[in-house]
Design a protein around this ligand. Structure first.
Ligand SMILES: NC(=O)c1ccc[n+]([C@@H]2O[C@H](COP(=O)([O-])OP(=O)(O)OC[C@H]3O[C@@H](n4cnc5c(N)ncnc54)[C@H](OP(=O)(O)O)[C@@H]3O)[C@@H](O)[C@H]2O)c1
Length: 253
């Protein structure tokens, strides 16, 4: 299966790498971005250089009205949606004692509620019960969800735990309607989201807690995502695939 695939947060990091891997595998790709229009346009050019169609669409995944417009634009620009990768996400990088309701609400709105609404919009279009031809959804969670996060990441880990549990249940809701839904849990991956919290001397300390002793590249994580997206994973749904370099050594902090 190929066709049109939407990648939220597709202009940078894991989303960008997934866009390129998906294009290589034959998908036309809609790149959602929040504010980095230049980065999104650059990914569009990279996808087109691989011989696939691509568009960049601005939308804030925290806003339902933006999500509705996003899905409408994807189908009018590229045709029926068959793939969705929910990669847009934010981390707060502070212990909960330092956070207020507005910051927590914003993170949950992007990482959890926005992701759920994107899944809803995808199901409305892909479901054979609504005249669709089926499809595949991959939600980007995190290895943080498996241990409650490293120090200062408890709230982020909780948001990813919600993604994991939601995916398990949502996959069952739509399994008989031609839609597969899975999670990829990246371990620490070399992207902007971790540059502040995991950079400098802290990097070696964190790498020491990973069995493979290194961070992932975005391209490595993307390969797990596009496999789940593809028909090669045709009997795989509701699963959580760890792309985590072996997880955490005891005492990881
Ligand atoms: N890197 C890691 O170590 C790691 C590990 C586990 C899980 N993850 C997860 O992987 C996913 C991708 O993160 P990344 O590492 O690729 O980080 P990144 O390079 O910071 O990319 C995050 C992307 O999310 C987009 N985004 C953020 N808020 C958005 C919003 N409200 N609406 C639309 N787009 C929004 C950003 O768009 P703009 O550029 O337009 O702002 C950006 O493209 C996230 O869900 C993250 O939690 C990352």
């Amino acid at each position: 299966m190929t066709g049109t695939c939407l990648i939220t947060g597709g202009a940078r990091g894991i989303g960008r790498a997934t866009a390129l891997a998906a294009a290589r595998d034959g998908w036309d790709v809609a790149i959602n971005y929040r504010e980095r229009a230049d980065a999104a346009k650059a990914v569009v050019a990279e996808v087109q250089a691989l011989g696939r169609r691509a568009v960049a669409i601005q939308a804030d995944i925290a806003l339902e009205v933006d999500i509705l417009r996003l899905f409408s634009c994807v189908e009018s620009d590229l045709g029926p949606l068959r793939g969705l990768v929910n990669s847009a996400g934010i981390a707060l990088g502070s212990r909960v004692a330092a956070l207020d309701a507005a910051a927590l609400g914003r993170m949950m709105q992007v990482n959890v509620i926005g992701l759920m609404l994107c899944c809803r919009e995808a199901a409305r279009r892909m479901s054979t019960a609504h005249g669709g031809r089926g499809g595949s959804v991959v939600n980007i969670s995190s290895m943080a969800a498996t241990i409650g996060g490293r120090s200062g990441a408890s709230t982020y880990a909780a948001s990813k735990g919600a993604v994991d549990v939601f995916t398990s249940g949502f996959a069952k809701e739509v399994a008989a309607e031609g839609i597969r839904v899975n999670v990829v849990r990246p371990g620490v991956t070399d992207t902007d989201i971790i540059a502040g919290s995991h950079g400098g001397p802290r990097r070696a300390e964190i790498e020491a807690t990973i069995p493979m002793k290194r961070f992932a590249s975005p391209a490595e994580v993307a390969e797990a995502v596009v496999w789940l997206l593809s028909d090669k994973a045709s009997f795989v749904t509701g699963t959580h695939l760890n792309a985590g370099g072996g997880g955490f050594l005891v005492g990881a902090g």
